[in-house]
Design a protein around this ligand. Structure first.
Ligand code: ATP
Ligand code: MG
Length: 392
């Protein structure tokens, strides 16, 4: 029965003079999200509100699901709209609306009219009272509560008349693209897809890099990362995923450096390479799924060591999250089931029995000099053989 949606947005409403930039970005993202939906939609903006109107038959559930992936939307209100054919006709429409949407009418209600079309012959208060009365007559089980109604019936009078009462929650956040771009270090684990989601939620466009170590990591492990990127891209839009062959670098570190420092040194090279690609592609930061103390390479001391090699800010949105909290988000965004598929990731193969938990940066730097002979060449080759997959 619904034929349109009022899109509610929270934070972008308070951006002052730049507000239209955010609104336009949100409209762009909505258009993009609905492009693959069945049906044609007209998306418009008037007086600080965004409307999505179906122009033909459409799939209601699918449309809602797609809108629920658009950051910047705080609520989606399914609406009906009718031509203005006089107040009596409006009363009929409202009575039918309540019947269609609320089979159980034993609830409190309030009519809330917004008269944007000032030439409408009645005032808002009059309309509220008139419609309220008609509804009470039609459905005696209803009762009025003007403070905390269970059913808030909104009637907006514009060129057409819009009626809505339900609010379906949106994902919140800011429209992707309003906050610049960042490079996500995406592994096949639970954490990094969640980290990417969280930064994208703040309006940041996401590129990603995955360090692949064939034959130690399989094609299936790589496919899993592509699949995860695809799941995240439902929120972020297309993701440029760089696949870097990391095997030779890893083997070289393995050959030349103390085993207990392997992971840290490897992580430092990942960060260096990720930053190199980030800078070349206009990213303003790196994103990782690290969380303090989760593993040896994520203690405060280890983070000092991995952080040291980067100039760009490193965003670690999960830094204070427990695993359980991360899992809850992973489930919410549907990446969890893919993340727990049992394909080895790059780090599990080269892990030492007793990795350092308090690496000393000076010692790490000194041991990295063991790599001086070949490492520059290996990094160069790795960058040259970057495989770019556009995931959407
Ligand atoms: P995740 O669940 O994201 O894999 P993790 O708990 O396994 O994280 P680590 O393996 O220590 O943690 O990795 C820490 C972070 O480093 C990851 O969240 C990710 O951002 C990045 N990372 C690790 N391995 C890779 C990889 N092979 N390719 C790209 N990034 C990686
Ligand atoms: Mg991992």
């Amino acid at each position: 029965m619904f034929t349109a949606f009022l899109i509610k947005y929270a934070e972008i409403g308070i951006k002052g003079k730049n507000r239209y930039l955010f609104e336009d970005a949100l409209i762009h993202q909505i258009k993009f999200a609905l492009k693959k939906c069945e049906g044609k939609f007209l998306i418009s903006k008037t007086q600080g509100r965004i409307y999505v109107e179906a122009q033909e038959e459409f799939d209601y559930e699918e449309t809602i699901a797609r809108l629920q992936h658009v950051f910047g939307i705080s609520g989606i209100c399914p609406m009906i709209y009718v031509e203005d054919e006089g107040f009596e006709k409006l009363c009929e429409t409202v009575v039918k609306y309540v019947d269609d949407v609320y089979p159980d009418k034993n609830k409190s209600f309030k009519v809330n009219c917004r008269r944007a079309k000032k030439s409408y012959p009645m005032e808002s208060m009059e309309i509220n009272a008139g419609l309220g009365e008609v509804l009470l007559n039609a459905y005696p089980e209803l009762h009025v509560d003007v403070h905390e109604p269970e059913l808030l019936l909104n009637v907006e009078i514009r060129e057409k008349i819009y009626i809505y009462s339900e609010i379906i929650p949106g994902p919140g956040g800011m429209p992707v693209g309003t906050g610049g771009k960042a490079m996500l270090l995406l592994s096949g684990g639970i954490d990094s897809p969640v980290a990417g989601y969280m930064i994208a939620k703040r309006g940041v466009k996401i590129d990603a890099v995955y360090f692949h170590a064939p034959p130690y990591t399989s094609e299936r492990a790589k496919q899993k990362v592509v699949d995860l990127a695809r799941l995240v891209s439902r929120y972020t839009g297309p993701i440029y995923l760089h696949i870097i062959n990391f095997t030779d670098i890893q083997l070289y570190i393995h050959e030349k450096c103390p085993h207990e420092e392997l992971t840290i040194i490897m992580r430092r090279y990942m960060m260096r390479i990720a930053e190199h690609i980030a800078k070349e592609t206009g990213c303003l930061g790196l994103i990782t799924g690290e969380s303090i103390g989760q593993v040896a390479s994520q203690t405060m001391s280890s983070l000092v060591a991995t952080n040291e090699v980067c100039e760009l800010p490193v965003y670690r949105p999960l830094i204070g999250f427990d695993k359980e909290e991360i899992v809850a988000v992973a489930k919410k965004i549907d990446t969890f089931e893919t993340s727990i598929l049992p394909f080895e990731d790059c780090c599990t193969i080269f892990v030492a029995k007793h990795p350092v938990t308090k690496p000393n940066v000076n010692i790490i730097r000194r041991h990295e000099h063991n790599l001086d002979e070949k490492i520059e060449e290996l990094v160069k080759t790795a960058l040259e053989t970057d495989e770019l997959i556009i995931v959407e």
